[in-house]
Write a protein that binds this ligand. Sequence first.
Ligand code: PRP
Ligand code: ADE
Length: 175
Amino acid sequence: MTIKSLIRTIPDYPKPGVQFRDITTLLKDADGLRQVVDALVERYADANIDKVVGIESRGFIVGAAVAYKLGVGFVPVRKKGKLPGDVLGHDYALEYGTDRVEIHSDAICPDETVLLLDDLIATGGTAEAAAVLIEKLGGQVLECAFIVGLPDLGGQQRLQALGYKTFTLCEFEGE
Ligand SMILES: O=P(O)(O)OC[C@H]1O[C@H](OP(=O)(O)OP(=O)(O)O)[C@H](O)[C@@H]1O
Ligand SMILES: Nc1ncnc2[nH]cnc12
């Protein structure tokens, strides 16, 4: 089965009007999980990546697997107040609410090449906030990669307008 066909849609979650793209049905499928990790590892195998940054919480799952297979370290970007050390933070708006993400100040070294990974891009606010944090630490964002893109919500265009490259494994458009 394709990656897209393994993603379940839950209408009106967590708020009326939101079509929630649920990747747990993809992750629990051994072949689906393998397809996702292998496709991302193949894309970035020769890109000289130093770190993979994954965004809480769903970005941790695929981010850690990809970092392991690329043979590089994994860095979590977390929601506010969850990281124990000295942090940098950035506020952002969600499709349904607002939040703040943080990264450990010593997580990225200047000039490191970073792959930013998350499960899904909607408005792009979360990924933009994470990319800003990586750059504040001196890292270079090679690309922002996602399992799912929701082009109707404009996130990829938003990141591209800011100069970031984006990549998605599948998209849900007008559905
Ligand atoms: O492009 P955006 O509009 O910023 O939205 C995308 C973000 O929203 C979801 O995370 P959520 O904040 O729901 O947290 P979770 O992964 O812990 O469920 C998703 O996993 C992305 O991180
Ligand atoms: N429609 C959606 N489905 C799953 N996760 C999301 N995060 C933001 N919007 C989302």
